[in-house]
Write a protein that binds this ligand. Structure first.
Ligand code: UDP
Ligand code: MG
Length: 329
């Protein structure tokens, strides 16, 4: 039997959470008995320090299927809440992560489960359309453009935090140890058998986004700094350019002093040489610091060096896949 945990982070969603759960159950209950056999589905809600009546709404509800509510001690933010959900999921369970405000339509679970049944291990949901405000859409576009320019392509544009993972991909994701998690970036670089499905992202029916401008900015920064040290490399390139300019200017000063008959202003040559020398030393020091800083950033994340997809055994009697937890003999 296949086990699936549907994870949804919930933060101050008192007005909309019941509608979400109703819709989710309407879709998920019939999926308990799918064409590919029985499914053991659990809803895993992470209450991210809600301060309104959300928790009361969750706990007083009558559910038609198994539900687990994990309450965090305070508000840790969307990314941390999702991480908490993934870590709390059952070890052998597939997971689907979705928002709890009905922007990620529960009906898409049908397609995600079908991909799981087809061998999909990382199922990414790409927004074909989104009904967010113009400001939000504009900011998102700007961010992805900036990210591509600065850091190269590290995520898929229009893929947010609506995705599904098979147990092996989930285990690989959980082996990433950095404390600031930029999930869509981590999930995008997992590898494994990846499927991308397109969907139409809905409007938020009630309440309003919790992604205020500062939160969006923080998410964007963690995406940029967490996935690339190339902005630091830009400091290094700028330093090389400055050094080149400085040495040329010093050369020019010497050239004028030795070969030119023109009168130079008193003190011009010496002050130019002095200031250029200092600039060169400063820039070179900055470049060296940037290089080491880049290294520190990479080491500090303590990311796994590699992620194993499968281990298979071959021999005269059998060809079979080993559980990665099994000891290889
Ligand atoms: N959320 C959360 N903690 C937060 C902010 C948001 O758990 O600090 C949840 C929220 O309840 C929702 C999801 O994360 O289910 C996405 O948040 P939101 O709808 O505010 O973001 P948007 O869809 O506008 O990007
Ligand atoms: Mg939303």
């Amino acid at each position: 039997m296949i086990h699936i945990d549907i994870i949804a982070p919930v933060y101050n969603e008192e007005d909309g959470i019941s509608a979400f759960l109703e819709e989710l159950e309407k879709i998920a209950v019939p999926l308990l008995r799918g064409p590919d056999g029985e499914r053991d589905i659990q809803i895993l809600l992470v209450n991210d320090g809600s301060t309104d009546k959300t928790l009361g709404n969750l706990t007083s509800r009558h559910y038609k299927m198994p539900v687990k509510v994990v309450s965090l001690s305070r508000n840790f933010g969307h990314q941390a809440a999702v991480w908490a959900g993934i870590e709390s999921s059952r070890e052998n369970a597939y997971v689907v992560v979705m928002d709890s405000d009905l922007q990620d339509p529960p009906k898409e679970l049908v397609r995600i489960f079908a991909e799981f049944a087809n061998g999909g291990e990382v199922v990414l949901m790409e927004r074909r359309t989104r009904k967010d405000t113009i400001v939000k859409r504009g900011m998102a576009r700007l961010f992805y453009r900036l990210q591509r320019a600065l850091a190269g392509q590290s995520t898929f544009e229009n893929v947010g935090d609506f995705f599904g993972l098979a147990p092996n991909a989930k285990k690989a994701l959980l082996s990433h140890q950095e404390s600031v998690k930029y999930l869509r970036g981590l999930v995008a670089q997992l590898g494994f058998d990846r499927k991308i499905l397109q969907y139409d992202r809905e409007e938020r029916p009630v309440g309003r986004t919790h992604y205020t401008f500062p939160k969006m900015f923080a998410l964007a920064l963690s995406g940029l700094t967490g996935f690339s040290v190339s902005p630091l490399m830009w400091v290094v390139y700028a330093a090389f350019f400055g050094v080149l300019l400085g040495t040329s200017l010093i050369g020019y000063v010497f050239f004028l002093r030795i070969f030119s008959h023109k009168e130079l202003a008193a003190g011009w040559a010496s002050s130019t040489v002095a200031s250029m020398t200092m600039s060169i030393i400063t820039l070179l020091s900055l470049a060296i610091v940037a290089l080491y800083l880049a290294r520190v950033v990479q080491e500090l994340k303590a990311r796994p060096v590699y992620l194993t997809h499968k281990v298979e055994a071959f021999g005269p009697n059998s060809t079979h896949e080993l559980d990665l937890n099994d000891e290889i003999q």
